[in-house]
Ligand binder design. Structure first.
Ligand code: AP5
Ligand code: MG
Ligand code: ZN
Length: 218
């Protein structure tokens, strides 16, 4: 399945829960890029300039990365894509990839929340520097201050979560990614998810939507 939605809507948070429930890997292109930045690989160095500017990384790099990740054995029983595709070209490439490997997409979940809540979620976010689990100062605090519950790693703020870069990311989303909603609606795959409310309520809506026929909203 694919998780679609603006920055800060909760894609990473829900991808982690779905990955546990269905025991399939979550593939977050942003997470992969951030790891590459940390490791200072050539891809990381190239991606960092775009990420810091709140821009999308070029399609050829991103598509190549997902193609390679989907070759791994752990994706054979299914996978959750968080933050890919984000452009028309990426969506076409995913279709071709899925077709070539005799796979299919079960659902594209479009999560939305009120704009003010989006900014609140992004500015209060903290991320584990080691395993990338997201936290929130108010709505999802870690048990110990600045320490990841899962791995004990330090919690940091993402460099692209300052207000100016957030606005640029939201603009990129509106211009380049939002049109994919119509693309997947036409393909009969889109499920609209109300992302307001706490993490568990949103997760319950997603689980219900996955069982409901296409066209019904949760
Ligand atoms: P990416 O890392 O994917 O960032 P994003 O799309 O901007 O989304 P976020 O990770 O910011 O938000 P999220 O929806 O995952 O929210 P989260 O669960 O953390 O991409 C970063 C960059 O990489 C891009 O700008 C681009 O440069 C590049 N990139 C990545 N993919 C690309 C692609 N396909 N093509 C080209 N470039 C690409 O939640 C946010 C906060 O809210 C957290 O603090 C969380 O604890 C909290 N929260 C979550 N749910 C709830 C809830 N229900 N109630 C209250 N708080 C909540
Ligand atoms: Mg994320
Ligand atoms: Zn961690």
């Amino acid at each position: 399945m694919v998780l679609l939605g603006p920055p800060g809507v909760g894609k990473g948070t829900q991808a982690r829960l779905l990955s546990k429930t269905f025991r399939i890997p979550e593939i977050g292109t942003g997470d992969i890029f951030r790891n590459a930045v940390k490791e200072r690989t050539p891809m990381g160095v190239a991606a960092k300039t775009f990420m810091d500017a709140g821009k999308l990384v070029p399609d050829d790099v991103t598509i190549g990365l997902v193609e390679e990740r989907l070759r791994a054995d752990d994706t054979k029983g299914g996978f959750i894509l968080d933050g890919f595709p984000r452009t028309a070209q990426q969506a076409t490439a995913l279709d071709a990839l899925v077709h070539r490997n005799q796979l299919h997409l079960d659902a594209v979940l479009e999560i939305t929340v009120d704009p003010t809540e989006l900014v609140r979620r992004l500015t209060g976010r903290r991320l584990c520097a080691v395993c990338q689990t997201p936290y929130h100062l108010e709505s999802a605090p870690s048990r110990l201050p600045d320490t990841c519950d899962r791995c004990g790693g330090p919690l940091v703020q993402r460099p692209d979560d300052d207000e100016a870069t957030v606005l640029k990311r939201l603009d990129e989303y509106e211009r380049k990614t939002k049109p994919l909603t119509e693309y997947y609606r036409a393909a009969g795959l889109l499920k609209a998810i109300d992302g307001n409310g706490d993490v568990e309520s949103v997760n319950a809506r997603i689980m219900a939507a996955l069982q409901a026929p296409v066209g019904e909203t949760a």
